[in-house]
Design a binder for this molecule. Structure first.
Ligand code: RIB
Length: 310
């Protein structure tokens, strides 16, 4: 884990996020007026790749798009971020799209996502980049594409000797064997509960959950705990990293993506797991101060400046 400048490959979906900032939840049959709205790039994989790239890591995104206006929108964003994207175009499906509702007071969010063209992502999309992947590079994926594809790409990446990071969001069913192909897994509290059937009420429960996930065959476990920070097992012991508070929380959407992108980038710079978790907690802490998902993840300069100021 000490070799410098590893390349990051992020596999998964792109979606256009339509976010609505609201004072209350919408009931069935009800129409409410939003306080404000925002349109921006989303999809967990694209968000994570943009986060890693903004923090300075060489990154490739592997995804699929439809043949529509959102396709051009995605490419413009990636070009601006200098992110290389390997994309297949699906003529029969739209580009992914998400509807997001954010509580104006707390910044908490609810998300509905249609992966659109990315729902068809398969191992073939991975193979298009395979010749560029090297032992020791970083492979990061989530759970917004099919379970079979997720299993297949984790297996291939692990067999190539890459550092595989699985962000199991949103949690779905996957063969138990998939966990053996994860060097690092990064569930949030809800996903960790779904994997382990342990309700995470306190520190002891979190430790039990970490151990239960290790028993599945994962080498290193990170459970993100929102405003409580993150718990992690680095191969030797379980530790807790507090969150970083930089100001008023505006929008928590995409904070997990920012964390995962930052984690991949910190590992690519040769940081160890503890340093990488601290770096990622800080990046995620900064992302919640702004609206949007990928739009809110900080650049390396912004992160260094915020850290110096605390
Ligand atoms: O994690 C937030 C993301 O989940 C949003 O950008 C949305 O598109 C969904 O993929």
């Amino acid at each position: 884990m000490t070799q410098k400048n590893k390349h990051i490959f992020v596999f998964g979906i792109f979606a256009v996020d339509l976010s609505f900032y609201v004072d209350k939840k919408v009931k069935p049959g009800e129409t409410i007026i939003a306080k404000s709205s925002n349109i921006g790039p989303g999809g967990k994989a694209s968000n994570q790749a943009i986060s890693a790239r903004k923090l300075g890591a060489p990154t490739t995104l592997i995804t699929r798009l439809g043949n529509d206006n959102f396709n051009r929108y995605a490419n413009d964003i990636w070009r601006k971020e200098k992110l290389f994207a390997s994309t297949k175009i699906d003529k029969n499906s739209p580009t992914g799209m998400a509807g997001i509702f954010i509580d104006n007071k707390t910044g908490e969010n609810s998300v509905i996502v249609d992966p659109g063209a990315s729902a068809q992502l398969s191992i073939d999309d991975f193979y298009l980049q395979k010749s560029k992947m090297k032992k020791g590079d970083i492979f990061l994926t989530q759970f917004e594409q099919s379970s079979d594809t997720t299993f297949a790409v984790l297996k291939e990446a692990r067999e190539l000797g890459m550092i595989t990071i699985f962000n199991p969001a949103p949690f779905g069913k996957i063969s138990r064997k998939a966990y053996q192909f994860c060097e690092i897994i990064t569930p949030n509290e809800t996903e960790a509960e779904q994997i382990t059937n342990i309700s995470l009420k306190g520190k002891r429960d979190v430790e039990r959950a970490v151990n239960k996930i290790r028993d599945l065959g994962v080498e290193k476990v990170i459970i993100t705990l929102g405003k409580k920070g993150a718990a992690f097992f680095d191969g030797e012991k379980i530790s807790f990293c507090p969150s970083k508070k930089f100001g008023k929380v505006i929008d928590t959407t995409g904070a997990g993506d920012c964390f995962n992108g930052a984690l991949a980038s910190a590992l690519s710079f040769g940081k160890d797991l503890r340093q990488s978790v601290e770096f990622s907690c800080a990046a995620a802490g900064l992302s919640v101060l702004k609206k949007g998902t990928a739009q809110s993840s900080p650049t390396r300069v912004e992160l260094n400046k915020a850290l110096k100021a605390t």
